[in-house]
Design a protein around this ligand. Structure first.
Ligand code: ADP
Ligand code: TYD
Length: 217
C-alpha cells in the first residue's frame, strides 16, 4: 500500500475549546496507535520542547491583561518554531506519527479572533515561520459552559485563558466549527459530549482509516 501522505511521518493535531477533552483523547489515541504498531510521539502546545515549555509558563500564567494579542502571537509562534525544530520535524523525518494537543489552529482562533481581529497577522507569520500543517486535525466540539467547568475543575496555575471566561469559549467554539467547514480535507469534527471511551473509539477508528499500514513505514 502506498502512503497517502507527502512526507514519511503522519502529523495529527487535536483542537477545541478548553476542557473539551483534547489532552485525554490525544493520550488515548497515542496509546491506541502504539498498540496497533505505529511509532508515536505524543506532544502538546504551547510547549513540547524545552524552550517552548519555558515560553508556555510565560504565556499561560499571570494576569489576563499581561500580554496583548499581538505579543501573544509572537510568543506562541516562537514556541511553535522551537517545537517543530526540536521535536516535530525530526519525528516526521524518522517516519513517526506525531500526535499533538493543539497546534497552529489555536493561534488562528485564540489570537486571530480576540480583540479587533488579527487573523491576517497570524496567517502571515505562519507562512513565514511555521509553514507546516497537520495531515489530520481532530476538532473536539463541546458545549462552552461544560468545557469551562471541566477546565476549571483542574487544579492548575495555568488559568490565564480560562479567566477570559465563557464568552471567549463561545467565540472559539464558533471559530472551530468554521475551521472544520473551511478545511474539510484535514479537519474531522468529533462530538466531545459523549463518554471518554465513546469519543476515543470514534477518534481511533477515524485515524486508523486514514493511516497507511504500520508495516509500510
Ligand atoms: P482539554 O485538554 O481539552 O482541556 P482534558 O482532556 O484535560 O481537556 O479534560 C478536561 C477535564 O474533563 C479532565 O478532568 C478530564 O478528565 C475530563 N474529561 C475529559 N473528557 C471527558 C468526557 N468525555 N466526559 C467527561 N469528562 C471528561
Ligand atoms: P492548553 O494547555 O491546551 O489548555 P486546555 O487544556 O485548557 O485546553 O492551552 C492553554 C491555553 O492556551 C488555552 O486556553 C488556549 C491557549 N492557546 C492560545 O491562545 N494560542 C495558541 O496558539 C495555543 C497553542 C494555545
Amino acid at each position: 500500500m502506498t502512503t497517502q501522505f507527502p512526507r514519511r511521518g503522519v502529523f495529527i493535531s487535536f483542537e477545541g475549546i478548553d476542557g473539551s477533552g483534547k489532552s485525554t483523547q490525544a493520550r488515548l489515541l497515542a496509546e491506541a496507535l502504539e498498540a496497533a504498531g505505529y511509532p508515536v510521539v505524543l506532544t502538546r502546545e504551547p510547549g513540547g520542547s524545552t524552550g517552548a515549555e519555558e515560553i508556555r509558563s510565560l504565556v499561560l500564567e499571570g494576569d489576563p491583561s499581561r500580554w496583548s494579542p499581538e505579543t501573544e502571537i509572537l510568543l506562541f509562534t516562537a514556541a511553535r518554531r522551537d517545537h517543530l525544530e526540536k521535536r516535530i520535524w525530526p519525528a516526521l523525518d524518522a517516519g513517526k506519527v506525531v500526535v499533538t494537543d493543539r497546534f497552529a489552529d489555536s493561534t488562528r482562533l485564540y489570537q486571530g479572533l480576540r480583540g479587533k481581529g488579527l487573523r491576517d497577522e497570524v496567517d502571515q507569520l505562519h507562512d513565514m515561520i511555521i509553514r507546516t500543517e497537520p495531515d489530520i486535525t481532530f476538532v473536539i466540539d463541546m458545549d462552552p459552559a461544560e468545557g469551562l467547568s471541566r477546565a476549571k475543575g483542574r487544579q492548575t496555575s495555568e488559568e490565564r485563558f480560562e479567566d477570559f471566561g465563557e464568552e471567549l469559549q463561545r467565540k472559539m467554539r464558533a471559530g472551530f466549527l468554521d475551521l472544520v467547514r473551511t478545511h474539510p480535507e484535514r479537519c474531522i469534527l468529533i462530538d466531545g459530549g459523549r463518554s471518554v471511551e465513546a469519543v476515543a473509539l470514534d477518534v481511533r477508528d477515524r485515524a486508523l482509516s486514514r493511516l497507511p499500514e504500520p508495516a509500510d513505514r
